[in-house]
Write a protein that binds this ligand. Structure first.
Ligand code: HEM
Length: 289
């Protein structure tokens, strides 16, 4: 369907970015519906509760389920069991003294690692895990396009697509896919945007320090030559390109290196990004669960 032929507005959620792409929008819709399902069941057994109580109790249940999936299922797959045990460890109970704020490095760089996992395509699958008649979608056709959820098959095909399609494999020559670097928000802008450029610029806006600074923070050596990055960036061509752009390893920005090194994360001891991410993740879980 053509975007110009429809008037479906963006969905309302706590944050308008819920509409940013169809996978995210499907997840928001799924959890909203789950909230309402839990709220109805709670009200059925607690008819004396007022609406605020029903809302907040249902919210607690859904928040706990999301955290369970994140910490017990997603993080161990992302980090591997051994890093999970070493760096996160078992949940030791709620600690009101932990600072739950998100660090500058976490939001400005570390957790943006997820941009390297995004496939250039949104799969939309039927019950047999085959494409629906409306077909799979190039990612740029799914940006801020809630009409496709309403008019092209609903939530289920998208959720099946998220299940059926693995995360993108990060390769030295293509850390972030072309749809994100050349066609970001193409529906809404005359000239499409570039997510990688956004990330680099945002790191500057937020005053993030150089990659070498964060290496030192994590107890790694300081890189004096580009070959000193060799344990993390094995690809000679990537190191050469970094040299051409930055000339000196001390000038390399944090985010760029983190994304370039993602594909060797499991092979290195305690990598800077892993560590910063975990420092933050651990703080959040200790505060929130
Ligand atoms: C199709 C998928 C995605 C798109 C199109 C997308 C796009 C964006 C955009 C446009 C920004 C704002 C950039 C800026 O102006 O600084 C952003 C921020 C961010 N993204 Fe993504 N993203 C996607 C997936 C992901 C994933 C999978 C993760 C992590 C697992 C992630 C983590 C983040 C984080 C942590 C921020 C910073 C948020 C903040 O500081 O408020 N993104 N993303």
């Amino acid at each position: 369907m053509d975007a110009s032929q429809t008037r479906v507005p963006c969905f309302q959620a706590g944050d308008h970015r819920a509409n940013e792409q169809l996978g995210l929008l499907a997840m928001h819709t799924l959890w909203l519906r789950e909230h309402n399902r839990v709220a109805s069941e709670l009200l059925a057994v607690n008819p004396h509760w007022d609406s605020d109580t029903v809302y907040h109790e249902a919210r607690k249940v859904v928040g706990a389920v999301v955290q369970h999936i994140t910490y017990r299922h997603w993080l161990p797959k992302l980090l591997g069991d051994s890093a999970m045990r070493r760096l996160v460890g078992p949940y030791a109970g709620y600690d009101p003294n932990v600072d739950p704020r998100t660090s500058n490095e976490f939001a400005g760089a570390a957790f943006r690692f997820g941009h390297a996992l995004v496939q250039p395509l949104i799969a939309r699958l039927n019950e047999s895990y085959q494409p629906i008649p409306a077909g799979n979608l190039a990612l740029h056709r799914a940006f801020f396009a809630p009409f496709r959820l309403v008019e092209e098959g609903g939530v289920d095909p998208i959720v099946r697509g998220l299940i059926g399609l693995a995360a993108k494999r990060t390769r030295p020559g293509e850390v972030m896919n072309f749809e994100l670097t050349e066609r970001l928000f193409a529906l809404a802008h005359d000239v499409a945007l570039d997510l990688a450029a956004f990330n680099v610029q945002r790191g500057r806006d937020h005053g993030l320090r150089s990659y070498n600074d964060y290496r030192r923070h994590c107890g790694l050596s300081t890189a004096n030559t580009f070959d000193d990055f060799g344990a993390e960036i094995r690809d000679d061509d990537v190191r050469r390109k970094l040299h051409d752009v930055y000339r000196h390893p001390g000038s390399v920005r944090f985010l760029l290196l983190l994304t370039a090194t993602f594909f060797v994360i499991h092979t290195h001891t305690v990598h800077a990004r892993l560590r910063l991410r975990l420092e933050n993740v651990k703080r959040i879980v200790l505060k929130d669960v």
